[in-house]
Design a protein around this ligand. Structure first.
Ligand code: AMP
Ligand code: MG
Length: 447
């Protein structure tokens, strides 16, 4: 289906309008221009759909958890350090604590003691004296510099310095890293090993982070059987529930598998109602009008407000988005490949935002097409691609295989998804494309 120039510009307008909604204000967008344009066209494009979804979700409340449970999660408040870091001036090297005033040139000093890390200075050092000191030990009173081991010659209980030592040499100053009371970590920071290092170094064992999103997952379809159960003719295993659960886990959420809903209104209603008590609800399948209408109709009965029920993309067109309050409801297409592709594009960013992440979209890499790619202008295409590097380092994208949504193999082979703009027609080999990299840490250099 081709879009007219008028409708694409209306859609582009959608991108910049509307505002975030707050928890407890259901329906606020109903009167907005975004909403009216949307319902008029019924089908936002790729960018508009992603933007609209983010406008409809809110950051979840926070909870205090042990530091290791906070890893990959988002700090809900600033962390200030209770004391100067380092807490005292200390040695940055194994060597000798000296008075720089004694060391304006080659000099012989008497060694008065030994100070290991964890030790306390035996006393102040006086003119002509030095103390053997290890990295991290507090600087003895009177000392203001360290002569590293490799710069001195030891002669019994004395040392000979070959050259001058300037004040402050190899000394870590009290508070040079952080000052007492300074916010060392900011709310919104994703906790990783560095953040845990800071927390542990100030003896903070628990930290407030945004709650993980509890995501209810519901599969629909009479042909479905749960994996592990015996299967009959015409039946297929419900792979989507576990696949979506895996995607939820990867995004940092907590999946709740609601099982399979049959074409039975009361049963569907009961399951959807349960799903709406979670932080987000993801359903899959029911693309045919009859099925879809049932899910949509029952959601409506449950006061869920439909925002859009199709996105102008290929594949993944029958992706619906609705909200109750700030609980988002995603109805994804049933084809396992489409389910995962649309989860990636629409659900993952929403879950990340709910869990407090600022960066919710995967980075895009620019790659040159290794071979041509057939496409009709009109809607964004999502192409599963493999990435490689040319000898000169330029990133190349080539198709990962048959792009039909029935082919899971192509998704399994793909390094990323090329996002081909709506207005773009068929592409020639050598033309640039933007690729969303799916493999963490992928740089195209591995074999
Ligand atoms: P539908 O969206 O209901 O037309 O389904 C599209 C295709 O996806 C059909 O071949 C379904 O059998 C398949 N499908 C639907 N739901 C699931 C599921 N939960 N797991 C695996 N395949 C599914
Ligand atoms: Mg079906």
């Amino acid at each position: 289906m081709q879009r007219t120039t008028m409708s694409s510009s209306a859609e582009r307008q959608n991108v910049s309008i509307g505002g975030p909604i707050t928890r407890g204000l259901p329906g606020r967008l109903d009167t907005s221009l975004a909403s009216r344009l949307l319902h008029y066209r019924g089908m936002p494009g790729y960018e508009a759909a992603r933007k609209i979804i983010l406008e409809h979700v809110a950051v979840l409340p926070s909870e205090t958890v042990p530091v290791l449970s906070a890893v990959n999660r988002v700090l809900a408040s600033d962390v200030t350090v209770p004391w100067d870091m380092p807490r005292w001036d200390n040695s940055a090297m194994d060597g000798f604590a000296v008075r720089s005033a004694d060391c304006t040139g080659p000099v012989r000093l008497r060694v008065m003691g030994y100070l290991p890390a964890g030790g306390l200075p035996p006393g102040p050092i006086r003119p002509g004296e030095a103390i053997r000191i290890m990295t991290g030990a507090p600087l003895p009173p009177g000392a203001d510099a360290i002569a590293p081991l490799e710069d001195v010659q030891e002669e019994g209980d004395a040392i000979q310095l070959r050259s001058a030592v300037k004040p402050g040499t190899h000394v870590r100053r009290q508070g040079e890293d952080f000052r007492a009371g300074e916010p060392a970590l900011r709310a919104g920071t994703v906790v990783g090993p560095g953040e845990v290092s800071l927390l542990a170094s100030v003896s903070q064992l628990a930290v407030p982070v945004v709650r993980r999103a509890r995501v209810a997952i519901l599969s629909t379809g009479d042909e479905l059987v749960e994996p592990g159960e015996p299967i009959g003719p015409g039946q297929i295993y419900n792979s989507n529930a576990l696949a979506v659960a895996a995607a939820v886990l990867q995004a940092g959420g907590e999946p709740i598998n609601l099982g399979i809903a049959r074409d039975d209104r009361p049963a569907l209603r009961a399951l959807l109602e349960k799903g709406l008590t979670a932080d987000a609800l993801v359903t899959s399948a029911g693309v045919s009008m009859g099925d879809r209408d049932l899910v949509r109709a029952v959601l409506e009965e449950l006061s869920v407000r439909q925002v859009f029920w199709k996105v102008d993309i290929k594949p993944g067109r029958p992706t619906a988005f609705a909200v109750r309050g700030s609980t988002p409801v995603f109805s994804l297409p049933g084809n396992p490949v489409s389910t995962l592709l649309t989860f990636e594009q629409f659900v993952r960013p929403a879950l990340l935002r709910m869990m407090g992440h600022r960066h919710v979209f995967r980075p895009l890499l620019r790659a040159l097409l290794k071979e041509g790619l057939t496409k009709a202008p009109g809607r964004v295409n999502l192409a599963r691609v493999r990435l490689s590097r040319r000898d000169d380092g330029v990133l190349l994208a080539s198709t990962a295989g048959n792009q039909e949504t029935g082919i899971l193999k192509t998704l399994l082979r793909a390094d990323g998804i090329a996002i081909i703009p709506a207005e773009q027609g068929t592409l020639e080999a050598g033309q640039p494309v933007s690729v969303q990299v799916l493999r963490p840490g992928f740089d195209g250099l591995e074999a």
